[in-house]
Design a binder for this molecule. Structure first.
Ligand SMILES: Cc1cc2nc3c(=O)[nH]c(=O)nc-3n(C[C@H](O)[C@H](O)[C@H](O)COP(=O)(O)O)c2cc1C
Length: 320
């Protein structure tokens, strides 16, 4: 078989052109502007900040992260400096310099906390200090009491209410991304509710579980919180199935996140219906260069299979 003469990794998603579809996932070395800059320099197509709540949060005691076969289990507990400090940290992110769009990720206990955060983010956007290409709503953390799935978010009703309120505050020029949990059954309904309430994209999704690892010598769970969300290659088949499911329910684009470690994994996400791909745990396995390595592997696959553009692959696994 011959090769395609030219492959193009760029994608257009919620009105933003990315040089490649690989988006640094929230919470993976994403707490500071410098850490995002490192991912950008190493080939990320876009970067996402760590989830930010209204007030600073210490998070869970260490240990918060543990390696398991084919993945990691974590219960960080949304450690973050609070919205005012986060806006200060990420303001002045210069898309021109890094050439990489910034997605800002927020988490709230309830619709009121989301409203208060959105008001501050909206003011910073209107004031010109915060230049972001998307606002991601983390509705899906599985290991923090009071937040995400532990707060009952990820029902169609709660998702619609949060997305609608944030949408009414944030300028229309900034697309909203609803980040969903793979741990629920009515996924299509939740995704549809987000779309109807004004989300421009779905990030599918967060970590799986929670799960638990027990230290058999100490006879107690390894993580201080006891359980935590599973990420990495172990969850990829679940993430692919979730993307496949919601592709049939919504028209807005999907960021496929969960276990993407090699170029072929990203191609698989596109075939399930993703228009871009989140990359998290792969950075622990392959280092900061994970982005350029995965990009090169994607180009190689596309070249061998004579695929010129990724848009040719979105959802092809559905056309039987
Ligand atoms: C240590 C760690 C911290 C995370 N923190 C966040 C977070 O603050 N907000 C969020 O939306 N997702 C968070 N995630 C989830 C990731 O963004 C991603 O959805 C998940 O890890 C699955 O992708 P992966 O298998 O490529 O890592 C975190 C994941 C890990 C491993």
């Amino acid at each position: 078989m011959g090769r395609a003469d030219k492959t193009d990794l760029s994608v257009l998603i919620f009105g933003t052109k990315l040089r490649n579809p690989l988006i640094l996932a929230s919470g993976i070395t994403s707490g500071t502007k410098d850490s995002l800059e490192t991912a950008a320099k190493n080939g990320a197509g876009a970067v996402t900040t760590k989830s930010t709540t209204l007030l600073p949060r210490k998070g869970h005691e260490t240990p918060v992260l543990s390696e398991t076969p084919s993945g990691f289990i974590n219960a960080v507990g949304i450690t973050n400096p609070g919205i005012d400090a986060a806006i200060k940290e990420f303001s002045g992110w210069n898309e021109e310099k890094s050439n990489v769009p910034l997605i800002f990720n927020i988490a709230g206990k309830d619709v009121e906390e989301f409203r208060a955060i959105a008001e501050r983010v909206g003011a910073a956007i209107k004031g010109g200090t915060l230049k972001i290409s998307g606002l991601e709503l983390a509705l899906s953390c599985p290991h923090t009491p009071g937040y995400g799935t532990m707060a009952g978010q990820n029902t169609p009703e709660s998702t619609a209410e949060i997305v609608r309120v944030v949408h009414s505050i944030i300028p229309d020029s900034v697309p909203l991304i609803a980040k969903l949990s793979p741990n629920i059954s009515a996924l299509g309904e939740v995704a549809k509710a987000a779309e109807k309430a004004g989300a421009a994209a779905i990030n599918m999704g967060n970590s799986v579980g929670p799960g638990m690892v027990i230290d058999t010598e100490r006879r107690s769970p390894v993580l201080s919180f006891g359980c935590g969300g599973l990420t990495g290659p172990a969850i990829r088949p679940i993430a692919v199935r979730c993307v496949y499911d919601i592709y049939q329910s919504v028209k807005i684009p999907i960021i496929g996140t969960g276990g993407v470690t090699y170029g072929k994994d990203a191609i698989e996400m596109f075939m399930a219906g993703a228009s871009a791909v989140g990359v998290g745990t792969a950075v622990y396995y392959r280092g900061p260069k994970a982005f350029s390595l995965i990009s090169r592997e994607m180009e190689e696959w596309m070249s061998v299979h004579k695929v010129g553009s990724l848009s040719e692959l979105i959802g092809v696994a559905h056309r039987k």
